[in-house]
Every structure is written in C-alpha cells, then in structure tokens.
Write a protein that binds this ligand. Structure first.
Ligand SMILES: C[S@@+](CC[C@H](N)C(=O)[O-])C[C@H]1O[C@@H](n2cnc3c(N)ncnc32)[C@H](O)[C@@H]1O
Length: 290
C-alpha cells in the first residue's frame, strides 16, 4: 500500500527547514556511526515519526530520521523507536522491513510514561552504549524527569552514560510562550525547576535583549544536563541564511568528539536537492551570454 493512501497524518507534512534538519542529521548520524566503528551501541529515538515525510510546497517525499539512522554505516547494534500511535508504528514497521528487522524495536506510547521508559531500558543490553535522539514537536511534550532517567540509566562498559542529542525547540516554541501564563507549568516541566522564571522576569522588565533571553534559556538547560553528571555539554546554533533557526542543538555526552561532528553537520550552509533543481531550472531559463 502506498503510504499516501493511509488516512491521518501519514506521511508527516514538513516544511523546508525540517528537510534541512534531516539532511544535517543524516551527516551527523553517519559521522557518529563511523566514529563508533563496530560496537554494541544502540540507537534510541524518543519522538520517532512514521518513517517518511512530504515537504509542503515541493511535494518531495523524504525519509524521516529513523530511516536515516538505519542507513548509517557501520550499523548500530539495535534501533529502538518510541512512536506516539499505532498508525505511525505500522507505517514505520512497513518502511523498515527492507532493513534487518531483527534488531529494530518499535514501542508505542508516550515516551515520558514510566512503563514506556522501562520497556525501552529493558531492550538495551547490559553495558551497551547508547545514543538517544530527542526530537520533539515543541517543548510541551519534553519532561525533565525523562531526560534525568535517560542519564541515570546504567553506564556502558566504558562508564559512559547515554549520549543525548536534543533538538531544543527554542525559537518557535519556548521563546514565543515564555511569558504566557498558560505555559508556565509546561516550561517548569521542561526544565525540572522554576529557575527559568528569572529569565522571564528579566525579559518582562526589559532588563535583557532577546538574544540574551535565548542564550540564558539554553544555558539553563545545559546547566541541568551538567548537573546530571555529563562531562561534555555543548550547544550549537544551526547555520541559517535568513533568520533565527527554529531549533537549537544541545548535546550531552561523556566523550568529547560529538561536538565536532555537530559543527561539521550543522555548521555549513547547504542547499536542498529541490533548491539545486530550482537553481538549475532558473539557470536553464536564463538567456545564455554570447
Ligand atoms: C518533530 S517529530 C520528529 C519525527 C522524527 N524524529 C523525524 O524528524 O523524522 C516528533 C514526533 O514525536 C511524536 N510524539 C509526540 N509526542 C510524543 C510522546 N509523548 N512520546 C512519543 N512520541 C511523541 C509525534 O507523533 C511526532 O511524530
């Protein structure tokens, strides 16, 4: 069955910036897998999608993060995806069938739910290293308690905690809702404490510019990750040509190499395939110089 015929939100509709994000992610995962070499590392994704997306405007069909992770070589020892509903799970399972399905696990449920987290941990072999991608829609579904549990899951044989790569929804979500009374509880849930309210107060009293608000919101989250015992906590602002990127990248790891890979993947301006084709088309329409 063609997934376009499945009712609901499959394939997921995305905009160009998400396509850009996924292209960068492919490079990151590939570089990460290469750095690991042949190990017993597990790939975890807490907010997994249905396997494919369609770009609004261009109708390009592109792979979701899960398929991109599956394409990286050398392969991870295991892939564990937490998806929100059965429909996404079914589509994801169908699209991952051509890959080695023996080591792909799809968990259906809320990734912040205790039982779901337990299920996830039960699937990670003892002393295996793990990489977790946290790619939520907005910040409301992100609970600090979940991040804390990931960090406190047993260390691998080298003593390293689970590597975390977080797409921190700064611009579109957190910044926009920072001063809204109805969003206070969810922001506290995201940070796991109320210290962010100082930033809100400074913003409301015009003590700080927007750029400082951004920096402090990211720094506060990073401080929380350091408090969980991570040796390396880095952030990176993706290169954006025209405006502020919608998300910010935050990485927490006990090893130092992830940050360099991050800069390589997200630190250069890149053109999407559709933009290149567009460019080629417009070039071919231009009269040639004689
Ligand atoms: C931004 S999308 C990311 C999808 C995928 N990582 C990608 O980019 O290809 C976020 C996904 O998280 C799922 N989601 C939302 N809340 C969730 C929750 N509490 N637990 C698990 N998944 C959730 C949504 O269904 C959506 O597919």
């Amino acid at each position: 069955m063609d997934e376009l015929n499945i009712p609901g939100k499959i394939p997921r509709q995305i905009r160009k910036w998400t396509c850009h994000k996924l292209e960068c992610l492919s490079d990151y995962i590939q570089a990460y897998a290469k750095r690991l070499g042949k190990t017993n590392c597990c790939y975890l994704e807490l907010y997994a999608g249905c396997g494919s997306c369609v770009c609004k405007g261009t109708d390009c069909r592109i792979d979701d993060s899960e398929l991109r992770a599956l394409k990286a070589k050398p392969k991870f020892a295991k892939y564990i995806f937490v998806v929100r509903n059965r429909q996404n799970a079914e589509n994801l399972k169908r699209l991952t069938t051509p890959y080695n399905t023996d080591n792909i696990e799809v968990i259906i449920g809320d990734c912040n739910n205790e039982k779901v987290i337990r299920q996830l941990f039960d699937l990670i072999p003892r002393s295996a290293s793990s990489f977790a991608l946290i790619d939520p829609i907005g910040y409301r579904k992100v609970h600090w308690s979940t991040i804390k549990q990931l960090a406190s899951h047993g260390a691998d044989w080298k003593g390293n905690k689970i590597d975390l790569l977080i797409f921190f929804p700064l611009e579109m979500a957190l910044l926009r809702n920072l001063t809204r009374p109805e969003c206070q509880a969810s922001i506290t849930r995201l940070y796991g404490n109320q210290q962010w309210e100082e930033i809100k107060q400074d913003k409301l009293s015009d003590k700080i510019e927007l750029d400082e608000v951004r920096t402090r919101l990211v720094e506060l989250f990073k401080a929380g990750l350091r408090g969980l015992g991570y040796n390396y906590v880095e952030d990176f602002k993706p290169v954006w040509l025209s405006r502020q990127p919608f998300y910010h990248l935050i990485l927490a790891s006990d090893s130092d190499t992830g940050a360099k890979i991050l800069k390589d993947a997200w630190g250069k301006s890149r053109y999407l395939r559709c933009e290149l084709f567009h460019d080629e088309e417009s070039k071919s329409r231009r009269p040639s110089k004689k």
